[in-house]
Structure formats: C-alpha cells, structure tokens
Design a protein around this ligand. Structure first.
Ligand SMILES: *[C@@H]1O[C@H](CO)[C@@H](O)[C@H](O)[C@H]1NC(C)=O
Ligand SMILES: *[C@@H]1O[C@H](CO)[C@@H](O)[C@H](O)[C@H]1NC(C)=O
Ligand SMILES: *[C@@H]1O[C@H](CO)[C@@H](O)[C@H](O)[C@H]1NC(C)=O
Ligand SMILES: *[C@@H]1O[C@H](CO)[C@@H](O)[C@H](O)[C@H]1NC(C)=O
Ligand SMILES: *[C@@H]1O[C@H](CO)[C@@H](O)[C@H](O)[C@H]1NC(C)=O
Ligand SMILES: *[C@@H]1O[C@H](CO)[C@@H](O)[C@H](O)[C@H]1NC(C)=O
Length: 498
C-alpha cells in the first residue's frame, strides 16, 4: 500500500481494488473505517428556543419535528452567545474565552475584521479525517480567512461549497452592510450561485455529495457539516415557503417560519437520498443552532429570557437533538443532562467509535455519547458560558445554578423578556445587579434572582467564576482594516494576507 499513494492522489478505482474498510490517510497510515457512522451535522444560526415546530406550532418543520421525536432531544444544550465564539467552541472543543475569542460588547465580528482562528488548534473535522472520514463543508465557514491556510480546505475539509465571510443577502450573496460577493466552490468563486436561494443551494449540494459518494463506491464514512446561513438577517425566502407560513400575520415571524421551512425541506431531501443509497442504517443526524434567538424581528425565545449576544438563557439555550435509526435509544427520549457546544467534538468522536483513551484530553468538552446512549446523567457539571475580564461580564453554571456578572450597571446586556404575542408576555424593565443567581430548573425564564437569598450558593458560584477568570486570556487583536475589503479583490471576499 505504501507504494501507491502520495497524499490524496488515490482514485476511487484504488478504493475498489484494494480496500473495503481500510482507508489510507494523507499521512500514509491506514485506519479501519468499518462500521463508523455517517454524520450529518445541521447547523443553523439565530434560531431561538421557540423557533422550531415542536415548540411553537406556527412553524412548519415536520421533518425536524419527527427526527426530534424519534431521536434524542438535547434538552439542556448550551451554545455561545455569538456566532464567532460558537464556531470556535464547536470546532475546537475549547472554551473560546481561553483562546482570546469572546462575545462581549465590542467584539462583534464582521467580514471587514481580520479575525482568523490561529492554526495551532486541531478542529473536529481534522480529528474525523484522522478517523477515515470524508469531510465536507456545505455553507458557512466561521473561523476566518486571512490566507488560504486558514480556510476550510486547509482546516480539515476536503471540499467547501459556500461562504467565507459573514452573513449576507440570501439571494445575491453580498455581505450585509459591507457589500462584496461571497460564494465559493472550494477555492473558485461560484458565480452560478447568484440569484439562487442560499438554503436551497446548500441542501442541493448536500444531496449531490451523498449521491456522488455512493456512485463512486467511496468506502469512507461521510461527515457533512451543513452550516446554514438561515435564519440570519436579512429575512428572505422564496414565495413557496412564505406561502407555507401565510397563517402568520407578523411579517418578520412569517419570514422566519419560511426560512426554517426551507431548512426543513432540505433535511427531508438529504434523508431521502441517504435512504436511497443505503446510508441511513448507520447515520447520525445532529441538529443544533449555533446561537440563540435574534431578539425581536419575529424570533421567539419565550419562555426564556434575553436573546443572542446576551448570557441569559434565550441567547444560549437552543433546541437541539441527535437522531439515528440504529445508534441511539429508541424513540422520544429527552436527554435532560447538561451539554455545551464544546462537548460536541468528543461526543461525535465517540459516536465515530474512537476509543475513550484516544479522545483528546487538551479540550474543555466532555464526551457524553455513552451517557446519552445509556440514558445516564451527564458527565458535564460546570459550564463557563463566557468571561471577559477587560469588559467585565460573564456567566458560569454548576448544574441548575447559574451566576451572571455585570461590572456595568444598566449594561446593554442586561435585558428582559421579549414580546411573545400569544402569551402576552411583555418585555419588562429590569434592573440588573452586579451578580445575579438563578435556579434554571425552577426558573428557566430567569425571573427570580436569588443572589440575596442564597448566600452560600452565591459564594460557591463566585469561586467557580474566579477559577474561570484565571483561565481568561486577552482578546485576539481584531480590527476593521481596509486590507480585508472585497474592493481590493474585484469585489469578491478573498484571503487578504495574514
Ligand atoms: C469598517 O470601517 C468602515 C470605514 O470606516 C465603516 O464604513 C464600516 O462600517 C466599518 N465596518 C464595521 C463592521 O465596523
Ligand atoms: C443584494 O441585495 C441587497 C439587499 O439585501 C442590496 O442592498 C444589494 O444592493 C444587492 N447587491 C447586488 C450586487 O445586487
Ligand atoms: C457529482 O458528480 C458529478 C458527475 O461526476 C459532478 O459533475 C458533480 O460536480 C459532482 N458533485 C459533487 C457535489 O461532488
Ligand atoms: C423502537 O421501537 C419500535 C416500536 O416499539 C420498534 O419497532 C423498533 O424496532 C425500535 N427500534 C430500535 C432501534 O430499537
Ligand atoms: C443602576 O443605576 C440606576 C440609575 O441609573 C440606579 O437607580 C440603580 O440603583 C443602579 N443599580 C445598581 C445595582 O447599582
Ligand atoms: C489584525 O490587525 C491588527 C492591526 O494591524 C494586528 O495587530 C493583528 O495581528 C491582526 N490580526 C490578524 C489575525 O491578522
């Protein structure tokens, strides 16, 4: 075998001739990929707790509803409050604030800023590649693109179809506010995408990937990360989906419903092709928004408090599930154990049959796969949601207890409950304290601050916070620099030089 291949030059014919389950890696070793499940990871953005059909019956997500019901709902799944830190947490399994990436005010990321995740961190798709997976990114890359070495093809994905910068128009693919075209197929600019609806393009590409993988008899298990731009603003959808949501009178909510319906339809199309080619008996589907609700504009975090970019539950607790016909406990299991975005990396590796002793140890994420399969309590007890020493905010959790810290009174992050028309829950004026303590089991909506009643608990949580703070590192320096601007590259977002 050693004589054959130099990196990835082997052909499908080679697979057919020599391999059944053994897969040759670029490093020259082989790995036995037999029996490893295909993994379809579906990411969405700005999807709140009540922006899915199974929580709010005005939405039209029949496929996701069914998968949730037949699968394992991750009832206490926590994300980072903003997209950039969420991407870092998911991909590295490390707390972003320990890498200089956080979500506090002034750290909002736009394509015009020169952020790129340093290359020293190993990413989930790189670990999966080591396990013999064919790794495909369909959609949004979240980790920056200062040069090609920082982009998906050099960071563990063997193909990428989608965007490099940040959110944009869902039809013309120009970046919000900044302008400039952002759509690529691997390194080539994909002009064909112009005028076509982003969600539909991504769904179709995922279908094609599955079909081609099977047609070419590629023996490797597939990892598809389907990283949607939906439901990020601008709220846009083709009439077909808007019509499915015509029962909703609020126009923003109607459009969100339509965008989610397009995501949902694609999930069914991908599952259909998985079933056609016989991959569905050994398939794990993961659904998780990368962050919580967009706030107003028709996004319903209710009954949770707050929204995206805050540390209240509405910004970080999202609807999520695993589904598999064969790998998980039978139907309708609601897993109530804690999980954090960083746990996804070791949990997926375990699902991919990596020996426990071989899971990475230099991460913050914990493997919960066996716990979920065996319906056991979570291995995750404490979560550091975010800590920013310079700005002065953060939140930590120990089981049901959650502590939030605000250095600044009347911080923009101290927010109330959002309007939820049907329950007449009005946003109310709130006064924020320096320290707030909530029992998120009894009080998931964070209405009753217990910091003055539960002093022993408060002090215990402050010690957890102090320990978390000790691991904080300064922000990576990221600036809005004209070097990144698409004007320098014929109007297309392009690696600009680190
Ligand atoms: C970047 O700077 C330009 C020029 O000052 C400004 O127009 C633009 O709004 C800035 N973009 C962001 C995302 O801050
Ligand atoms: C793309 O659509 C946005 C509205 O979302 C508009 O402002 C922009 O001018 C359009 N760009 C192009 C190149 O058509
Ligand atoms: C699938 O295969 C066809 C035919 O070989 C090719 O034209 C197409 O680009 C492939 N698509 C993907 C997504 O790999
Ligand atoms: C789940 O339960 C249904 C109905 O009891 C049964 O038909 C099915 O085989 C079970 N599936 C698994 C994976 O155990
Ligand atoms: C916050 O500021 C307001 C006035 O701006 C004041 O009434 C309130 O007492 C302050 N709260 C705290 C906890 O300092
Ligand atoms: C972004 O630009 C600033 C200012 O030039 C620089 O200090 C920083 O290192 C750059 N960051 C990256 C990731 O290139």
């Amino acid at each position: 075998m050693a004589r054959c291949c130099d990196g990835w030059v082997m052909t499908h014919g080679f697979f057919n001739l020599f391999l059944s389950s053994f897969v040759l890696l670029s490093a020259g070793q082989t790995v036995d990929a037999a029996g490893k499940p295909h993994i379809l990871q579906i990411l969405t953005t700005h999807v709140a707790w009540s922006d899915v059909g199974w929580r709010s019956d005005d939405f039209r997500t029949p496929t996701l509803d069914r998968l949730r019901k037949e699968g394992v709902e991750l009832f206490r799944f926590y994300t980072q409050p903003r997209t950039l830190s969420a991407g870092v947490a998911l991909d590295t399994g490390k707390y972003p604030y320990t890498l200089g990436v956080r979500a506090s005010p002034g750290t909002s990321y736009h394509g015009q800023m020169n952020f790129s995740l340093p290359l020293e961190y190993k990413l989930v798709q790189e670990y999966l590649q080591d396990q013999g997976y064919a790794t495909k990114l369909v959609g949004k890359w979240l980790l920056g693109f200062c040069d090609w070495a920082h982009t998906p093809l050099s960071r563990g994905f063997e193909s990428h179809y989608g965007t490099l910068a940040t959110a944009g128009d869902h039809f013309n693919h120009t970046v919000n506010r900044a302008g400039g075209y952002d759509f690529r197929s691997d390194k080539e600019v994909e002009w064909d995408a112009q005028g076509k609806y982003l969600t539909t393009l991504l769904n179709q590409r995922a279908v094609d990937i599955v079909r081609n993988h099977s047609d070419s008899n590629d023996p490797r298990p597939l990892f598809i990360s389907l990283s949607h731009g939906a439901l990020h603003a601008p709220l846009q959808a083709p009439d077909k989906y808007v019509n499915m949501c015509s029962h909703i009178s609020d126009s923003d909510r109607r459009l969100r419903c339509a965008m989610m319906a397009a995501v949902d339809e694609g999930v069914q199309e991908i599952l259909d092709v998985m079933s056609d080619v016989g991959y569905d008996d050994n398939l794990l589907v993961v659904f998780t928004p990368v962050n919580g609700g967009g706030g107003n504009y028709g996004s319903w975090t209710y009954p949770l408090r707050g929204k995206k970019a805050t540390l209240y539950e509405g910004g970080i607790r999202v609807p999520a599930f695993f589904h598999s016909k064969t790998l998980l406990p039978n139907s309708s299991f609601v897993y109530r154990g804690l999980m954090h975005q960083t746990d996804m990396l070791p949990t997926l590796l375990k699902a991919a049959k990596v020996a426990t002793a071989d899971l990475p140890t230099d991460i913050d994420g914990v493997n919960n796969w066996n716990r979920i399969v065996n319906k056991k309590p979570s291995a995750r007890k404490v979560i550091v949601h975010d800590v920013d020493v310079a700005y002065g905010w953060g939140a930590v959790r120990d089981g049901k207890w959650k502590l939030i810290y605000f250095k600044h009174n009347a911080s923009e992050l101290c927010t109330g409950w959002l309007l939820f028309p049907r329950e007449e829950k009005k946003p109310k004026k709130v006064e924020c304290k320096e320290w707030e303590l909530y029992d998120t089991n009894q009080d998931p909506g964070e209405e009753n601050d217990l910091s003055e009643l539960k002093l022993f608990r408060l002090n215990k949580m402050k010690r957890i916070y102090a320990d978390a703070e000790a691991r904080a590192v300064p922000h990576l320096i990221v600036v809005n620099t004209t070097r990144t601007y698409p004007e320098n590259f014929g109007g297309v977002w392009t690696p600009y030089g680190c």
